[in-house]
Design a binder for this molecule. Structure first.
Ligand code: GLA
Length: 388
């Protein structure tokens, strides 16, 4: 996005002032592997992308907070001296939730005016919400002179989404938006929050996003249902788990204790989480050995497990992954994000990318009578101020 495009609308909305606005950015993310493991303390391997949310921001002399966006008509004006109320399914709840968390942590927020604009496709599962939260967090932290470290901002953005917006998401998206690095994937242990950058040896290959365009109406209720199911499994395994987290279990320990889990459905949910964690470990080894075929095979296995055992895929995602399997030069492909719509990520040989997009596009159109949208994904850096 051309960031100068934010400046004229900023002045138009908020007026001239001797203090020019400062500009901040936070990216969206892709997740290479480690699906639905973060909320049980498992392993994930996301990357930040180049697309994301920009925000121009300036202090005010009074105690008002103003939020507006170039992408949505809804605006928000609140006083820092009154408690904040969520608006319900509105974009402004994300920055408002972040402001609420900063105040709860004792940050002395000044009055501020912020104008947001993003270039991430919305509802595509690239985590535009974490990108919005981190952009708001970095901007408000800087304008307040609060100097909170990035891991604190990541945690408070996650708390804003869980407590203020009311979505029980895991912490992967906020970490990727905060700490992503160009050319790397971020290995995160969601129990200990230890992280490590893993360089991506992609030479001659591309990551390609395929967006089903399917509205994810059921996504948050089904997502919360899976979170509950994992909690049920953890309850059934009390005494077996050293820590109350399913992701601490090895496949062998799960097999020994499978009969403690009361239903076949819950056993399948557990099998996904435990096997996905070992796939992430193997995937990191494959990257370190620059063995992309092995990495791709793990992506396919991850999709299979998410679709069959965890049941968070849908016909549209399965069709795209099947088309990827059938295509020449595609090493791996899987659904990404919460599921029930959104997009897939595929690892494709550069010289095979055009044919893959054409053939998978045709298979999708034949099945659903509309087009999937393909975008090459470029990795990028995490949340930051942009010098103008
Ligand atoms: C959504 C959530 C993440 C994660 C993924 C599934 O994107 O926001 O926390 O649980 O789904 O891997």
């Amino acid at each position: 996005m051309d960031t100068t495009a934010l400046m004229a609308p900023f002045t138009e909305r908020y007026g001239e002032s001797p203090e020019p606005p400062r500009l901040f950015f936070a990216p969206g993310r892709i997740n290479l592997i480690g699906g639905h493991t973060d909320y049980s303390g498992g392993l994930v391997l996301p990357c930040a992308v180049r697309l994301g949310t920009y925000v121009a921001a300036r202090r005010r002399a009074d105690r008002q907070l103003h939020f507006a966006s170039l992408d949505d008509e809804l605006t928000c004006d609140v006083s820092l001296d009154e408690p904040f109320e969520p608006r319900g399914s509105a974009w402004v709840d994300f920055p408002l939730g972040v402001a609420d968390q900063l105040l709860r942590r004792g940050v002395d927020l000044p009055g501020m005016e912020l104008l947001f604009a993003g270039d991430l496709p919305r509802e595509a599962g690239l985590s535009s919400s974490a990108s919005l939260e981190l952009a708001a967090a970095v901007a408000m932290n800087t304008l307040a002179g609060a100097d909170l470290a990035m891991d604190e901002l990541v945690r408070l953005a996650h708390a804003a989404e869980n407590e203020f917006v009311g979505l029980q998401c895991g912490i992967m998206d906020q970490f990727a938006a905060g700490f992503g690095r160009e050319g790397c994937a971020l290995l995160l242990n969601c129990s200990t929050l230890q992280q490590r950058q893993v360089p991506l040896p992609l030479s001659g290959h591309r990551l390609i996003i395929a967006d089903t365009g399917k509205a994810r109406e059921l996504a948050s209720s089904k997502y919360n249902e899976r979170v509950e199911e994992v909690r049920e499994v953890e309850l059934a395994l009390i005494g077996v788990l050293e820590a109350p987290s399913l992701s601490r279990l090895t496949p062998g320990r799960l097999a020994e204790n499978l009969e403690r889990i009361p239903t076949e459905t819950l056993r399948r949910r557990a099998r996904h989480v435990v096997s996905e964690n070992s796939r992430v470990m193997q995937a990191v080894q494959a990257l370190m050995a620059a063995d992309l075929p092995a990495f791709g095979a793990l992506m396919f296995a991850s999709h299979e497990s998410l679709s069959r055992d965890y049941e968070v895929s849908c016909a549209e995602l399965d069709t795209l992954v099947e088309a990827a399997r059938a295509a020449e030069g595609v090493l791996g492909s899987r659904m990404m994000g919460g599921g029930f719509g959104g997009c897939t990520i595929s690892l494709v040989r550069e010289d095979a990318a055009e044919t893959f997009m054409r053939d998978a596009g045709e298979a999708f159109r034949a099945a659903f009578g509309r087009d999937a949208v393909f975008h090459p994904a470029e990795t990028g850096d995490g949340a930051r101020e942009i010098e103008r």
